[in-house]
Design a protein around this ligand. Structure first.
Ligand code: R5P
Length: 316
């Protein structure tokens, strides 16, 4: 087995706090790297440390401004390749464009696949990510990919609350399996919301649901919150159906547009999310919010990748 020299961890401008937290967990310094834009918006990258034959990890969620951060990631991979890195792992805690994962109407792209191609062509040897929009996106890569999940952390957060009558609510039909898994961890029932999205707009509406929520303590789960429309609509439906309390949890708080305002004015008792990406568009003013850090999880996975350990064992 090829043994790579020591790890080297770098980040672009997407989420320095997370990269630093991962390095604290690993008890190693974050590498020195210049990543900036020229006045013509072209991105420039230069590693200030020697990375020849190193096991290089580039931590960069694809977050707002999405296309700039994606280019930073790709150019960092290219620069690492040209600096003779031994192996390059793209650590992408939030994989943007994940919702464009199939051709579900005529003449549209599959951008999640295109982004996978970009990362590969740039020169990444591996990818480490968390809770992608759809598991099938893994198959868009021809290099090894490890997909971690933060839902056990979220489940543990709610298990410790000992809610008297918990129901885990899938925000849409696609999350039904996930809802069942989380319900199993906290000994809850499940409910599933039937959501409709209008064309290619951001507007989502919860039409109806399967499951009993009257007098129950509901936990709506979703992979990401973007405009907040999906979740806010589900909250309204649950309240109409007599839910006693409604909590919301997601892994990726993209929180674009009026998302903070939308959720602050919803009847939500608590919102829980992780730090896979930074909150760049604002903060919650009314809803009690908790952030669960994925830095230890990402750090442990990177250590296992470096030493040839099992990443799956992290979840057993
Ligand atoms: C869609 O299927 C996803 O799982 C989320 O439900 C969606 O991205 C949330 O978007 P928004 O907050 O804009 O409704």
């Amino acid at each position: 087995m090829r043994v790579f020299q020591e790890m080297a961890v770098f980040t672009g401008n997407a989420h320095r706090d997370l990269a630093e937290a991962v390095c604290r967990h690993l008890e190693m310094p974050l590498g020195d790297c210049e990543v900036f834009e020229f006045s013509n918006e072209e991105v420039f990258v230069r590693y200030l440390d020697n990375i020849r034959e190193r096991d290089v990890f580039i931590i960069q969620p694809i977050v707002s401004p999405v296309n700039t951060r994606l280019m930073e990631l790709l150019i960092m991979i290219d620069a690492a390749k040209r600096a003779s890195a031994g192996r390059i792992t793209a650590v992408v805690p939030y994989y943007a464009y994940g919702r464009s994962d199939k051709k579900d109407q005529p003449r549209v792209p599959v951008t999640a696949r295109l982004v996978a191609n970009f990362i590969e062509v740039a020169g990444a040897d591996r990818v480490l990510t968390l809770d992608m929009h759809a598991g099938q996106i893994q198959g868009f890569f021809n290099i090894p990919l490890d997909e971690l999940t933060a839902f056990p952390l979220i489940a543990e957060h709610f298990r410790q609350k000992n809610l008297p009558a918990p129901v885990v609510v899938a925000a849409d039909v696609g999350r039904a399996k996930l809802a069942r898994e989380i319900a199993g961890r906290i000994d809850a029932d499940i409910a599933i919301v039937d959501k409709k999205r209008e064309g290619n707009t951001d507007h989502a509406e919860a039409l109806t649901m399967i499951g009993e929520v009257e007098g129950r303590d509901c936990l709506i789960i979703d992979d990401e919150i973007l405009t907040g429309g999906t979740v806010a609509s589900a909250v309204r439906l649950l309240r109409t159906r007599g839910a006693r309390s409604v909590r919301v949890a997601c892994v990726h708080p993209v929180m674009a547009g009026r998302a903070f305002e939308v959720l602050d004015t919803s009847e939500v008792d608590e919102i829980v999310y992780t730090d896979t990406l930074p909150l760049v568009h604002g903060s919650f003013k009314k809803v009690p919010a908790s952030v669960l850090s994925v830095a230890p999880l990402i750090g442990d996975a990177m250590h296992r990748i470096h030493t040839g350990g099992s990443v799956g064992a992290l979840f057993r």
